[in-house]
Design a binder for this molecule. Structure first.
Ligand code: INI
Length: 155
């Protein structure tokens, strides 16, 4: 059997992070995790573009523009949606997931999902560089793997 999968070679080209300002303290920790993972895989700091958007709702459309722009080898969407007392969470989290999935399907480059959807701030903090790892770092590693896989699969 011939297995085709991505490795962890340094991506060729620029990497875009698109990150929400909402819940900024947590999202900043996701950005730091993603940046660290990229640097440790040989990406130059100067080759990372950080695009800020108001909230997770805006991640999908902006990720789609970046993916279609042809200037990046991968796009990493980062945000944090925390459940409140209303249905707002479901709309924002759902729109973020759908928007990012659409961007991923439309583009020629990988678009990865680094959005926390949690019940509490505590759960979010746990996944932003404390006891449950850092979802920003995980998303960056997925982007590195997928950029390599896309290269192997061709246009
Ligand atoms: N945006 C988030 O990124 N996280 C949230 O938890 C959140 N909540 O709960 O409201 C949130 N709302 C803003 C939304 O993403 C848009 O920026 C806004 O509605 C303007 O389109």
């Amino acid at each position: 059997m011939h297995v085709i999968e991505g490795g962890y070679a340094t991506p060729r080209g620029r990497i875009a992070l698109v990150a929400a300002r909402f819940n900024g303290q947590i999202v900043d920790a996701l950005i730091a995790g993603a940046r660290d993972m990229l640097l440790r895989h040989g990406v130059a700091d100067d080759a990372i573009d950080l695009v800020r958007v108001p909230g997770a709702f805006e991640l999908g459309p902006v990720a789609a523009r970046l993916a279609a722009g042809g200037r990046h080898a991968a796009v990493i969407a980062l945000g944090c949606v925390i459940r409140g007392a209303t249905a707002h969470f479901d709309y924002v989290a759902g729109a973020a997931a759908n928007g990012i999935a659409q961007a991923a399907q439309a583009g020629r480059v990988p678009v990865v999902f680094g959005v926390l959807t949690t019940e509490s701030i505590e759960q979010a903090l746990e996944r932003a560089g404390t006891k449950a790892g850092n979802r920003g770092a995980d998303a960056a590693l997925a982007a590195i793997e997928l950029a390599d896989l896309y290269g192997k699969l061709g246009a």
